[in-house]
Write a protein that binds this ligand. Structure first.
Ligand SMILES: Nc1ncnc2c1ncn2[C@@H]1O[C@H](COP(=O)(O)OP(=O)(O)OP(=O)(O)O)[C@@H](O)[C@H]1O
Ligand SMILES: [Mg+2]
Length: 373
């Protein structure tokens, strides 16, 4: 498990230490640096996947790649950086994972998108959860509902990666529909079968009652198709599944999140950016309960959110003893005197918070005050 991320001169952060829990919520104002935390991990993973952490002489940060596109050195270097003579502080990332510190420091080249690691600063060994098969990074902007999705054996099956936009989720579901068994506490009690497809169906019904999924390959192509059935009984009802393009945004957007949570085993690392996008409030709360169950099953989740329903879903999961309160870390990012500050209210065993910093999910109350005034 990752215990801490340290960002030095990386985008919005001059020097920040970010403590993580088994399930961490990154919350706070827009442009406060939440996605930047996820991007730092995406950057490490894509650099490692490109073989740039193997040999110190050829190692480096690959700024643009399969997970993040950060630009060049000057885009990434913290804009208030002042070089200090005699010291070699540039862009650096560090992780504490299971008692070991991993640190990478790069040379600065304004125009380059490959920043070589400083000599002697290369890291021997890599934190397992970040480079393991169970790693998923689902971004805020996911694939819109589509008639077909890519069928990549390499990404979805061999690497088990759902894609940063969830583009491989349907193929993953098609391939593992019956062979991937969902274990407690992720198993939904409403269905007997532990098979991935039945479990995904059951959790999707928490969000959209009555829905059933069907994922199949399209013969003679490199594409897969997803169909939604709603089990309606009207005179014109047919068994023909509806196309994703005809069922709204919410289901397509949340499907990769549900699959990521249900397939996450112990040691997995899930980075989820705004998983609540396009979901109605109750769906957001239920999805948070699923995320809590994934954490209780041994995965680590780092979740950026603007949703108080996600926060409340987690608090309820703690109160219901799905997840110990000590496993939840709330981080509130806000700016103070131009710098990003991070506050961390605690969650108690009853789901209550130790404190509510100004601006931390207090808008509902602010609006109510105005309405009742
Ligand atoms: N090189 C840099 N130096 C300093 N600040 C930077 C640099 N690059 C980006 N930023 C700042 O980082 C912030 C963007 O951070 P990020 O995308 O992580 O926000 P966020 O908290 O995820 O926002 P949202 O809630 O809208 O998704 C902006 O304030 C931007 O000015
Ligand atoms: Mg963001």
């Amino acid at each position: 498990m990752l215990d801490t991320i340290r960002l030095t001169n990386f985008k919005a952060f001059a020097d920040a230490e970010i403590p993580l829990g088994r399930l961490t919520l990154l919350t706070g104002l827009n442009s406060a640096g939440k996605s930047t935390v996820l991007q730092s991990l995406g950057l490490l993973r894509q650099s490692g996947d490109a073989g740039l952490f193997g040999d110190e002489d050829e190692g480096g940060f690959l700024l643009n790649g399969t997970m993040v596109d950060l630009g060049t050195g000057q885009d990434v270097l913290h804009e208030d950086y002042v070089p200090v003579k005699g010291t070699e502080r540039g862009i650096a990332l560090a992780l504490d994972a299971d008692g070991t510190e991993f640190r990478w420091a790069a040379e600065y080249h304004a125009e380059n998108d490959l920043l070589p690691l400083r000599s002697g600063a290369g890291q021997s060994g890599l934190p397992l959860s970040l480079f393991d098969r169970g790693f998923q990074y689902l971004k805020a902007e996911r694939l819109s509902p589509a008639v077909s999705y890519p069928r990549s054996h390499e990404a979805a099956i061999r690497r088990g990666f759902l894609g940063c936009q969830g583009e491989h989720a349907v193929n993953f579901l098609r391939h593992h529909a019956d062979d991937l068994m969902v274990e407690e506490p992720l198993r939904h009690p409403a269905v007997d079968s532990a098979g991935l497809l039945h479990q995904v169906d059951a959790w999707m019904r928490e969000i959209c009652p009555g829905v059933n999924l069907e994922a199949s390959a399209i013969d003679g192509t490199d594409l897969v198709r997803l169909g939604y059935q709603f089990g309606t009984a009207g005179p014109l009802a047919s068994n023909r599944p509806h196309r994703p393009t005809n069922v709204g945004f919410g289901l397509s957007y949340v499907l990769p999140i549900v699959i990521a949570c249900l397939s996450a085993g112990p040691g997995s690392l899930l980075l989820l950016e705004n998983p609540e996008a396009h979901l109605h409030p109750r769906g957001q709360t239920r999805m948070a309960m699923l995320m809590a169950a994934a954490a209780a099953a041994g995965a680590q989740l780092i979740v950026e959110t603007h949703s108080d329903h996600v926060l409340n879903g987690l608090r309820i999961a703690v109160k219901n003893k799905t997840l110990p309160h000590t496993d939840v870390r709330l981080l509130y990012f806000h700016r103070s005197a131009g710098r990003v500050e991070i506050l961390s209210p605690n969650v108690g065993p009853d789901g209550m918070l130790s404190d509510w910093p100004d601006g931390f999910f207090d808008e509902w109350e602010n609006s109510l005050d105005q309405l009742l005034d």
